[in-house]
Design a protein around this ligand. Sequence first.
Ligand SMILES: Cc1cc2nc3c(=O)[nH]c(=O)nc-3n(C[C@H](O)[C@H](O)[C@H](O)COP(=O)(O)O)c2cc1C
Length: 503
Amino acid sequence: MAKILSGKEVATHNTREDCWIIVHGKAYDVTDFLPEHPGGSKIILKYAGKDATAEYDPIHPPDAITTNLPPEKHLGSVAPDTVEKVEITITDEEKARQGRVALRPSLSEVLNLHDFETIARLVMPEKAWAYYSSAADDEITHRENHAAYHRIWFRPRIMRDVTQVDWSTTILGQKSSMPVYISATALGKLGHPDGELNLTRAAGKHGVIQMIPTLASCSFDQIMDAAVPGQTQFFQLYVNKDRAVTKRIVQHAEARGIKGLFITVDAPQLGRREKDMRQKFEAEDPSEVTKAGSDGVDRSQGAARAISSFIDPGLNWDDLKWFKSITKMPIILKGVQCWEDALEAYDRGCAGVVLSNHGGRQLEFSRSGIEVLAEVVDHLKRARKLTFPNEKFQLFVDGGVRRATDVLKAVALGATAVGVGRPFIYAFSAYGTEGVDHALQILHDEFEMNMRLLGAPSLKNVVPEMVDTTHIGSHIVSVPDDRLYMSNYESLRTAELKAKSKL
Ligand SMILES: Cc1cc2nc3c(=O)[nH]c(=O)nc-3n(C[C@H](O)[C@H](O)[C@H](O)COP(=O)(O)O)c2cc1C
């Protein structure tokens, strides 16, 4: 019978030279792992000899520790009543945050996807807000992603029978109740204890497809297990330098029924996300933050960089052949930003591309996906005689989409569907699964009304002639960036807490 350890015994192994920790009631010897930990050794040493579960859970899938540590470092179960509770100091800031959580407006008062962002910002833990909201450098691309949609205007049609309107579609041959999928966003448990499962449950209820991230906080299998029968899911892949690991992940995903492999191609190195970096500096004494470790990973640059050091910057076009040899799933490149690369992806047999700049989190001054879409459609029509939307080579767009009208603009220009990232993670950070459910319902309602107002009974009727894109490539300073104008402008109101908060 396996030995049951006592908390007291574990507590004696509390140094850098001899470091045990407890996670989910089991003890592990992490001494040799300290220099390898992507988040740095300091955070583990804080819990040396103690129960680290509360710190571990939001960042790691439950099986991360068991898969990363060799079996001889798994020391066995710890008798629960012998483990000393880790004192969690509740700061004044945290108390104030909890006060604000109690003042959230009811979901019926949340009228649009922007409202989720407003409320999430007030009620989320600071670390989560910093990671979710951050974007690269001056965040110009992040703002441009949304602003680009303001440069496209509608040319609706009238006198058409729109008694019945239908905005359902198929994505990579899979049914979807709307031309929207939930894009991959890492570290779901930072915002809510159920993490990505909030998305799975709401997506299942609404017949919407979820793209599961490589860096989910829940394990891949937990997410798959939470799906309802017949629910379609895609998988986002960060390619590991160790191709054996990549192969295992891809083939496991396929065996579990994933219907599309989205390989992220815009992140050979993670972008510089300063909100995330500053949060880290504010939370810890900057003088103590470790600089580059033995593996060359700078641990001082926030959650994003720390968790992504395994991504292979050597990924290149020739790798596609290998991917096709290990899986039959359709392969889609996520993060294409010009027509030349879209054409190459088509010629090399990909099933599609996502025109995306990673929500403005990677290369600053990348153009918006919607602008790139117009260019890609034009070139693929001319160079390869393709028509869009196209069953064999599908175009997706993400970044800055907050309204069904944004989605309909992308569909009119030839996109099969668009990905939405932040709004759904803000929705669950503020309201859990019900928040995501409500966010999807808002989109459904917006589709219904806007399809009628456009004169389009189905998505087939949403055609290029319905949009005026004359100014799509005009990169002028957008209104929100024009500070002089904005200082006189009275802002629209967004959702508010129930009572005026003194916090
Ligand atoms: C917090 C956060 C985490 C993300 N994590 C990933 C990831 O792990 N892999 C990936 O390919 N894209 C990731 N993305 C990018 C999204 O998949 C998507 O491209 C982007 O969020 C779309 O922009 P939007 O947030 O304005 O909708 C992330 C985005 C955010 C905001």
